[in-house]
Design a protein around this ligand. Structure first.
Ligand code: ZN
Length: 621
């Protein structure tokens, strides 16, 4: 008896954390008692934020935003962010949501990539691998506490503190705004005076090194005179970011707005907007980017801005590991020539964003009666999102199967793109069920004169690859008559013309899918005998050629001759042994000497065994 395994998987996702070199951000609460981050007003947990006071929710959301950056930036030096919530400008139509920046800048420190160039404190600390200004926080940030639903402030909009990027209505996503502001503090800003064009204490900053003003006499922002920088600061759409990492990443998104050539545009409206100009991506960037100057809705995607961080000198945490890899699609292939084993092929899919190597899987566990013959399949390397069946299979010995479902453990191991090894164990429920692989629903064989028609219908879970036709003559042995493709995946038709009238045949089909061959029942047919006959010639009258047909019930010597009206032999058309069935011959109106005969009536006569017949025909010229 054949069975197949039907499996259902309890999917277990395995999350792999980033590298240990990711930065740590600590929030320094700069608010006074009972206000801002210390506001004790009760709050209901929202969007994954578990805080139960307004202050706690604000701090939680702030930490969530800070960690978006911290997880991606390498630093052994803790990044300290001094944060507070204070009343800021808010009218019915506009508001300052928040502001932030680096508290100190550093140049010519040990490990500085470019001499005489300012680096913001968090970046400088990371590059120097020491805290260059331990007495000061790295970033100072302030957020507007007036955004609390009062009608005079943006018509009643208020902060949303959930982590899920889903503020209701027109509420403003606090995580997005904090993420934006911390971005400035991490280096997304120029330290030059955008009003006068003057560099901060005569040094370049690492941000301006990548600014370029297309078409300007001096396009290199750091080489410009102060006056040229003042012009560049209002030169939309020509001020752009030329860092290689942003260039490459933006091409891959791709951006559909905010590009100047292959470079992402930097915000340079005319007139200048203090606090916005130069230190943001252009408002034309699309899809919208977290570092645009105006809030464009919830956005926790910092990927493009991370590339800008890389351009100014940050080392990013290597993008490691397949991230989330799930094992799925336990396939249901079976080999059941032996009734006591199941053979299972397992498909593994890499659902992560990076390649997985050294992929292997093994099966273990299960009930005491279950045996494994081979439980270690090797897989090819899996690119991101790729999946593969292993080249090995698991043979489960179910000699003592008591019936019912059972469970085994499938363990998948792989190495991520940073060399980290991972494994994941997934419980697999196996439920043996009645065989369904190939089933032949019907098979018919019917004889007509001189042919046998075969037809079958069948079903298979797999692709039917071949239909073998077996035939036996009489009680003789079954032999392969032909191998053909199915008409489609559920039907088959075939005509056997190599039959002898009066003979008996037995037919059987063998239908093969990936699971093996299933044979049909045997059908027996007898091809009807034929009566001996001589047909009227066609055409008649004729000129110059006509066709003569006769049928014999069995193989026999046949003589077909043509005579004139005087009984004289004109031509012997045939004198030989012919098979049973119908034979057709042409006569072209020539005699045995090859000469054309005259118009008139002629007779043709067939003699075969005991059968003899003659007919009349007319040659008309
Ligand atoms: Zn900003």
């Amino acid at each position: 008896m054949r069975h197949r395994l039907v499996s259902s998987l309890a999917l277990a996702c395995l999350l792999i954390a980033g590298s240990a070199s990711a930065a740590t951000v600590i929030i320094q609460n700069a608010d006074g008692a009972g206000e801002g981050f210390n506001d004790a007003t009760a709050a209901v947990p929202v969007g994954g934020n578990p805080g139960v006071t307004l202050g706690a929710q604000r701090l939680n959301a702030f930490t969530f935003a800070a960690n978006l950056w911290a997880a991606q930036l390498q630093s052994n030096i803790t990044i300290l962010v001094s944060a507070k919530m204070d009343p800021q400008t808010c009218t019915a139509s506009s508001a300052v949501l928040g502001s932030a920046g680096a508290t100190t800048v550093h140049a010519n420190f040990s490990g500085a990539p470019v001499a005489n160039t300012w680096y913001c404190q968090a970046l400088a600390n990371s590059l120097a691998n020491t805290d260059l200004s331990a007495a000061n926080p790295d970033i100072s940030a302030t957020f507007n506490s007036n955004l609390n639903g009062s009608a005079g402030c943006l018509g009643g909009k208020k902060w949303y503190y959930g982590f899920d990027s889903s503020p209701p209505g027109t509420d403003i996503d606090f995580v997005s705004v904090v993420t934006h502001e911390i971005g400035h503090g991490l280096g997304f800003q120029t330290f030059s005076d955008v009003t006068t064009g003057a560099k901060f204490m005569s040094n370049n900053d690492t941000y301006m090194l990548k600014l370029d003003d297309l078409g300007a006499v001096q396009p290199n922002y750091s080489l410009m005179s102060n006056a040229q920088r003042v012009s560049a600061n209002v030169d939309d759409p020509n001020l752009r970011w030329t860092g290689a990492n942003v260039d490459a990443f933006s091409a891959g998104i791709p951006l559909s707005g905010g590009l100047s050539g292959s470079h992402v545009r930097v915000h340079a409206p005319n007139p200048l907007v203090l606090g916005s100009s130069v230190s943001h991506f252009s408002t034309s960037v699309f899809p919208n980017e977290i570092m645009e100057p105006v809030y464009t809705g919830p956005n926790h995607n910092i990927n493009l801005s991370l590339q800008l961080m890389k351009d100014i000198g940050w080392n990013l945490v290597p993008a490691c590991s397949p991230g989330v890899t799930t094992v799925n699609d336990i396939d249901t292939l079976t080999v059941h020539r032996q009734a006591t084993t199941f053979v299972v092929k397992v498909k593994v899919k890499n659902t992560g964003a990076f390649a997985a190597t050294n992929v292997s899987a093994s099966m273990s566990g299960g009930p005491a009666w279950l045996g494994f013959t081979d439980a270690n399949g090797a897989y090819p390397d899996l690119a991101a999102a790729a999946s593969a069946f292993n080249t090995d299979t698991y043979t489960l010995d179910v000699s003592n199967w008591p019936g019912g479902a059972f469970q085994v453990n499938l363990q998948v191991s792989w190495t991520d793109n940073c060399g980290g090894n991972h494994n994941q164990t997934v419980p697999v429920d196996l439920q043996p069920q009645p065989f369904l692989a190939v089933a032949i629903s019907s098979f018919q064989a019917s004889a007509q004169s001189e042919r046998v028609n075969l037809s079958a219908t069948f079903r298979s879970d797999l692709n039917v690859e071949n239909v073998a036709i077996y035939r036996a003559v009489g009680d003789g042995p079954m032999r392969v008559l032909d191998n053909v493709a199915p008409t489609d995946q559920s039907r088959f038709a075939y005509t056997d013309t190599r039959v002898t009238p009066g003979s008996r045949y037995r037919y059987q089909l063998g239908i093969t899918d990936a699971d093996g061959e299933v044979v049909s029942q045997i059908r027996m047919v007898t091809v009807p005998k034929l009566d001996a006959s001589l047909e009227q010639n066609e055409p008649n009258p004729f000129n110059p050629v006509t066709t003569l047909r006769f049928t014999l019930p069995a193989r026999d010597r046949a003589v077909l001759s043509i005579y004139d009206t005087n009984g004289r032999l004109v031509k012997t058309l045939l004198d030989e042994v012919v098979p049973a069935g119908t034979t057709a011959l042409n006569w072209d109106g020539r005699n045995d000497s090859g000469a054309t005969v005259t118009s008139g009536v002629y007779f043709y006569r067939l003699t075969a065994g005991k059968f003899s017949a003659s007919r009349k025909m007319l040659l008309l010229k």
